[in-house]
Ligand binder design. Structure first.
Ligand code: AMP
Ligand code: ZN
Length: 125
């Protein structure tokens, strides 16, 4: 996609603060963070939205979901379960796909937000 900013980031034509990369994904810090930790998991191959994903994207979506907690941990907002199994545990993060105008999507190249930090959502529910 010629005019897609995330395709350009994946192709290294535009710089980004990359925190992880493999053959399928690039992960970089959001330029306008909503919280102390805010990064985006972005497939290198262009797909416009979550609603455009098909069966063939299942493995990619699974990979994104499984990678999110690992990178959140590395970035300082990992979730720790309560050792007793009774409490809520501590830490944690939001995962978010915005889809379409009513979903608040601004960049039409599939991405998953990971947003975290201490007491981020207190009083905002
Ligand atoms: P969305 O509303 O889900 O489409 O979110 C797009 C996100 O991409 C926003 O949070 C932007 O701050 C972020 N963004 C836009 N351009 C860049 C860029 N060049 N580098 C990093 N993040 C970006
Ligand atoms: Zn793209």
């Amino acid at each position: 996609m010629d005019n897609c900013i995330f395709c350009k980031i994946a192709a290294k034509q535009i710089p980004s603060k990359t925190i992880y990369e493999d053959d399928d994904l690039i992960v970089f810090n959001d330029i306008n963070p909503a919280a102390p930790v805010h990064f985006l998991l972005v497939p290198k191959k262009h797909v416009a939205t979550l609603a455009d994903c098909r069966e063939e994207h299942a493995a990619l979506l699974g990979k994104m979901l499984l990678l999110a907690p690992k990178l959140a941990e590395e970035q300082g907002c990992g979730y720790k379960a309560d050792e007793t199994g009774e409490g809520k545990g501590s830490g944690g993060f939001k995962t978010l796909f915005n889809t379409g105008p009513d979903g608040g999507q601004e960049v039409y190249h599939l991405h998953m937000h990971v947003i975290g930090g201490p007491h981020l959502w207190r009083g905002q529910r």
